[in-house]
Design a protein around this ligand. Sequence first.
Ligand code: SF4
Ligand code: SF4
Length: 314
Amino acid sequence: MAEDKLDSQGLANESVFEKFDVPFSSPVQPEQLDLDDTIQFSCFKGIECFNACCKNIDITLTPYDVIRMSRRLGLTTTQFLTLFTTQYDLDAHGMPGIKLKPVEDGTACQLMTEEGCGIYTDRPTACRYYAMGMMGMRRNDEFAIKDVFFMVKEPHCKGHEQDRKLTVREYREEQGVEEFDELNRDWIDMIVKKRSAGPTVGSPSERSFQLFYLASYDLDGFRKFTQSEGFAKMFDMDAELREQLDTDDKALIRFASRFLKQVLFGEQSIDKKEGASEQRYEARKPVIQKKHEDNIEKYSMRDPANAGKDSDKS
Ligand code: SF4
Ligand code: SF4
């Protein structure tokens, strides 16, 4: 919940400690925890540090967080993103991530009240986990992505001093994170995969990043996109799937991850209509041709000594 060097649902390959060179003074504890390891922690109303963690926030949001919070607040995801989030780069290519936006001119969460979290039953994943963190991790010699847990010990948090012991598994159950992790699983895997692929995948286009933002966070906007004429022309969807995407947020999240894997990694899991790609190419041919000509002009005007130094994302 509070500021630390890593996202509470950190997204990384290899060990967080090896990979990110966590500074010695970091509140992130170096011990990696498994589900049956025991922790000592308790947070409750009346504890002397109550709300301290919500007064200085650095909270990364996931797709399911956005759905839960926007529904709770009676907002569309588009409205929620504008009012409650800021954007940051998830990786060196500028893959868009979002964080909770604090109050104007301050660091406290906009949703904090005197009584605690104003949306407690719909609070985001990172707030549920705190003072524990979770990350999806893939070692270089392994294919599968594994969840790894760790504690974050910050001086203001007195929860670590309470005499209550429980396992990581029990803590996750108590905080209701399982549903969140299950619904964010494909999305987190995709980000770990993108990061671990490194430069071999290359820099995705601006268009890919726009689709990533839409399908990851602005799910009401993505729903409209799936209802568009262009989408219907391109993809083969039966009536049952169409109905699910129109009415079921969880089905929409799962479909959005499949769609993004198709866009970013070419993993074809959504059937395309026969000839749709060719038709789309023909329709976009003038735009592609124009871009090509612009690029030729742009590069021919450059100093040949610098050729190849810039990457063109368009
Ligand atoms: S969403 Fe709730 S728990 Fe999370 S920082 Fe804001 S007030 Fe605190
Ligand atoms: S014990 Fe930790 S998590 Fe709980 S209110 Fe205090 S600072 Fe926040």
